[in-house]
Write a protein that binds this ligand. Structure first.
Ligand code: PEP
Ligand code: MG
Length: 570
């Protein structure tokens, strides 16, 4: 058994198609610059025509946003920084085109890979993808063509580049397994949007696979079996059947109410990172958007996005949600999320530093553009504006009056502003402790457990060595959640949760019992959560939650849930 990360759920038994790239290693040779320039120019032209034809094949299979990857690839292929540096090297060192391309590409890839930020690491994948193709054309060595696959297979690869993924024929590609990658790598994201089961990050062991080997791809548990026994294949046949039945059952809940057996209603909504993610929230029966992380709009750009661009993005989400509530979080940059074009001061503890609302209240020029865009988009539906990382009431008051001032300013310019609500994230323990005071002034709250846990446990969420302290079920965290919910309810305000905890099947009954009103999670978790909500009794969950608050550690809470609630895991 090979362990990996389940990136896109599903189970298949099939045979292996091993995606192996030709040897594109290059040697340094002495060469005449004019000839090498010609080779390079030809290769660039061929690379660009490949990218365009792959993109054409992918139209209809991929979303607009994913197709945009190919525009990014075209841009890489004509990027003067890259092309000029290759040419300079050819000219100054009299080296061959493939060697110069390799050298310059490695430099850029190394630079992006060494950045902390996941977004920039992904850019390294784009450059690798394009320059590999470029070198293949310079060397006249064809790359494998996945469009030629004409029988059912599971693709086994080191990694799948965006262009590989776009070429996949869904009729024949039943799934894929890769050696590298995590849940947020390109291939994982593409797999989810194509709904192809995928296990990524399987490591070296995966490479022992051969063409036509039998493979079980268990993208529920994150496992791969090569040449399994007949007994295991039979076992998996029944797992596949159960998985399909569950999928059908969940689909039937798309328009069902998120209501417990005794009639207590909650809202199950989606977390999104880009406007296009709204479709999967709707497809999975989401009752709104509980967290739109607007920082991606900033991270995907090469300069601060303009008011116009932002208005378009926010309006699209609000319109596509058709009057359902949309919670847009204002810029949460800093900490682990940096912007290439906005230099940040180096800090000893960036997570405790200049970030999110702290930065926005300081850089009011940046904040102003975003707030203007949000208010302009408010006319299209049900907008909720949420401030991240609020620690003190004063910060909330400042942010609120900034929005009210901006509203006045827009109206004085004759710009229409619609209705909207103002809320805050509760992700700093100080805010949780004082929730009843905040609740007098906010319209709503949403608990950000990802940060609330790291700050409560003093455990950096990026540091694997202390990841054991990420303990959502620890009674200390549950008590902070309870304080927040009770504080908000005291003043008749609703409370949601948009940290990862809200979508954890085991946490749903507990949070329900604690009185949480809104659960915001990745779209693919919504129907699972709905099934759980509909299978339990609110009154029972209330007493379960009370008992959990009295436990002394996380294990006891988990045990308590397991003893009292049946969580369908598959
Ligand atoms: C959180 O902290 O729980 C949260 C939802 O915000 P982010 O993960 O974007 O910091
Ligand atoms: Mg957070």
């Amino acid at each position: 058994m090979i362990k990996g990360i389940a990136a896109s759920s599903g189970i298949v038994v099939s045979k292996v198609y091993k995606l192996e790239y030709p040897d594109l290693s290059v040697e340094q040779k002495e060469a005449t610059p004019s000839q090498e320039f010609e080779k390079l120019e030809n290769a660039i032209a061929k690379t660009q025509s490949d990218i365009r034809s792959i993109e054409e094949k992918a139209v209809g299979k991929l979303s607009e946003e994913e197709l945009a990857i190919f525009d990014a690839h075209l841009m890489v292929s004509e990027d003067p920084e890259l092309v000029d540096q290759i040419k300079n090297l050819i000219e100054s060192e009299y080296v061959n085109a493939e060697f110069a391309t390799h050298q310059v590409a490695s430099m850029f890839i190394g630079m992006f890979e060494s950045m902390e930020d996941a977004y920039f690491k992904e850019r390294a994948a784009d450059i690798k993808d394009v320059t590999q193709r470029l070198i293949a054309h310079i060397l006249n060595t064809p790359l494998p063509d996945l469009t030629l696959i004409n029988e059912e297979v599971v693709i086994v690869a080191h990694d799948l580049t965006p262009s590989d993924t776009a070429q996949l024929n869904r009729q024949f590609t039943l799934g894929f397994a890769t050696q590298v990658g995590g849940r947020t790598s390109h291939s994982a994201i593409m797999a989810r949007s194509l709904e192809i089961p995928a296990v990524v990050g399987c490591g070296e062991a995966l490479w022992s696979a051969h063409h036509n080997d039998v493979i079980i791809l268990d993208a529920v548990e994150g496992r791969v079996y090569l040449n399994p026994t007949q007994a295991l294949i039979d076992e998996y046949a029944s797992k596949i059947e159960k998985f399909q039945q569950r999928k059908e059952r969940l689909k039937s809940l798309k328009d069902a109410k998120s209501e417990t057996l005794d009639g207590h209603h909650v809202e199950l909504v989606g977390n999104i990172g880009t406007p296009n993610d709204v479709h999967s929230v709707n497809d999975n029966g989401g009752e709104g958007v509980g967290l739109y992380r607007t920082e991606f709009l900033y991270m995907d750009a090469s300069s601060l996005p303009s008011e116009e661009e932002q208005t378009l993005a926010y309006a699209k989400v609000i319109k596509d949600m058709n009057n359902k509530p949309v919670v847009v979080r204002t810029l949460d940059i800093g900490g682990d999320k940096e912007l290439s074009y906005l230099p940040f001061p180096k800090e000893m503890n960036p997570f405790l530093g200049y970030r999110a609302i702290r930065l926005c209240l300081d850089r009011t020029d940046i904040f102003k553009t975003q707030v203007r865009a949000l208010l302009r988009a408010s006319v299209h539906g049900n907008l909720h504006i949420m401030f991240p990382m609020i620690a003190t009431l004063d910060e909330f008051r400042q942010a609120k009056s900034f929005v009210l001032e901006t509203e006045k300013e827009l109206k004085s310019e004759g710009v229409e502003v619609g209705e909207y609500k103002l809320g805050m994230m509760v992700e700093i323990p100080a805010a949780a402790m004082l929730a009843d005071q905040f609740a007098k002034e906010v319209d709503f709250m949403s608990i950000g457990t990802n940060d609330l846990i790291q700050y409560s446990m003093a455990s950096d969420r990026m540091n694997e060595k202390v990841s054991y302290l990420y303990q959502p079920y620890n009674p200390s965290i549950l008590r902070l959640i309870k304080l927040t919910i009770d504080g908000a309810h005291k003043h008749n305000k609703w409370v949601g949760m948009c940290g990862e905890m809200a979508g954890e099947p085991m946490a749903v009954p507990l949070l329900l019992g604690l009185g949480l009103d809104e659960f915001s999670m990745s779209a693919s978790s919504i129907l699972v959560a709905r099934e759980i909500v509909r299978s339990v009794n609110y009154e029972d969950m209330k007493s379960l939650a009370l008992k959990a608050l009295e436990c002394s550690n996380e294990e006891e809470v988990i045990q308590l849930i397991k003893e009292n609630v049946t969580i369908p895991l598959n």
